[in-house]
Design a binder for this molecule. Structure first.
Ligand SMILES: C[S@@+](CC[C@H](N)C(=O)[O-])C[C@H]1O[C@@H](n2cnc3c(N)ncnc32)[C@H](O)[C@@H]1O
Length: 366
């Protein structure tokens, strides 16, 4: 198995509020889960609470979840005056200025802040691999499209950039890391959750038909990332070490892998009191590919499609380029990579789509 290059410091979404503008599909994923959030709130005994705490783990700039948080607060307020804490958590390198701008109403998005009394936002730079709030205070833990980022990369993949294309021992290493991290996330939340509290999670995954992000029948998006970097490698534009460093520290669990800790009554997760109340997979169509079906302008499609991809993987790819290269050279190389990709989509648009494939789960702390 090959060696490992550094990884997690490079996981950053596009900053300056660009993340939410470029990722309308991620908002659609959250909107689809909002009934699960209101259902979870309805199942709780709000009257007995002195305060209600919810978290949004892996919130990025907070724009995609604004409507969900607004709906959650309104649902609580419909039957209770309990003070509400909304804890936005992400990694330390997240753009917290953009997050503050979103929540405090300094962007085109309409904030929930000020619509109800006693609803307070908090920002935390604590990873979901650590405890974000104190023991037993969390009533609703929410996370969308974030928990596929591993706590560490178990190895570099020798011939692909993502675990979906890995084989043999390299694939097994990612599967083991995925299982270990999923358990760690759940056990950490089990400590945070109040009795009767719920987690509502939308995690990227592999569905029952083997589909995953960008692989729903057309061109496999991850294969295309890889083919393009391999072309750069073959042309001598990047080195072998740089190529290997581009391995994304991600793993997409299958439904079976997500469900496994709950099926075993003796597992640490079951023993910690967590129960899987609901699990389902959903595909949310790529909004840019959908728009293309009606406007038919391939240049417009390519211009809009590539930024949504860049918003989440550019930091990893750019971070793998050697620091021996001057910054300007690295910037040009990255522009060249995404420019090549954009030209491919413009010239042959059919089959390109970043359809989202998620596993939606509601988990209860007994
Ligand atoms: C694709 S964005 C999703 C943002 C938002 N939740 C949404 O659905 O639109 C993934 C987010 O997860 C964050 N993230 C990755 N690893 C994390 C970790 N260990 N702890 C907290 N956040 C993490 C990234 O920084 C990024 O903001």
């Amino acid at each position: 198995m090959s060696s490992t290059t550094s990884h997690s410091d490079n996981i950053t979404m596009a900053g300056g509020g660009l993340y939410s503008l470029a990722t309308i599909g991620a908002k659609h994923v959250i909107d689809a889960a909002t009934p699960m959030v209101t259902g979870a709130i309805d199942a709780m005994e709000l009257d007995s609470m002195s305060h209600f705490t919810m978290s949004d783990m892996g919130c990025a700039d907070g724009g995609t979840s604004l409507e969900m948080v607004r709906t959650a607060i309104a649902r609580i307020r419909a039957s209770s005056d309990v003070p509400i804490n909304v804890v936005y958590a992400d990694q330390t390198g997240n753009d917290y200025n953009a997050l503050c701008s979103t929540i405090y109403g300094k962007t085109p998005f309409t904030t929930w802040l000020g619509e109800h009394d006693h609803a307070y936002p908090f920002m935390s730079g604590t990873s979901f691999y650590n405890q974000v709030v104190a023991d037993g205070v969390l009533n609703l833990g929410f996370s969308a499209t974030a928990m596929h980022w591993l706590s560490e990369k178990p190895c570099d993949i020798s011939d692909h950039v993502q675990a979906v294309g890995a084989t043999g021992a390299e694939r097994d290493a990612f599967a083991r890391q995925g299982a270990k991290d999923w358990e760690s996330i759940l056990l950490t939340r089990a400590r945070e959750l109040a009795p009767g509290g719920r987690l509502v999670l939308m995690n990227f995954g592999v569905d029952e038909q083997g589909r995953y992000l960008g692989n729903t029948g057309g061109i496999n998006m991850f294969d295309r990332f890889n083919e393009n970097w391999q072309q750069f490698l073959g042309d001598g534009v990047i080195t072998e070490a740089e190529y290997k460093g581009m391995t994304l520290p991600q793993y997409y669990n299958s439904v079976e892998e997500f469900s496994a800790p709950f099926k075993d009554a003796s597992s640490a997760v079951s023993q910690a009191g967590l129960k899987l109340e609901h699990v389902e997979t959903r595909v949310v169509a790529c909004p840019f590919a959908e728009d293309f079906k009606s406007h038919g302008d391939s240049a417009k499609f390519a211009r809009e499609y590539i930024p949504t991809i860049r918003s989440w993987n550019q930091s990893i790819f750019a971070g793998a380029l050697s620091s021996d290269r001057p910054q300007q050279e690295r910037d040009e190389l990255i522009e060249n990579y995404y420019g090549t990709y954009e030209a491919q989509v413009r010239d042959k648009p059919h089959g390109h789509a970043m359809d989202y494939v998620h596993c939606y789960m509601v988990i209860q702390k007994a």
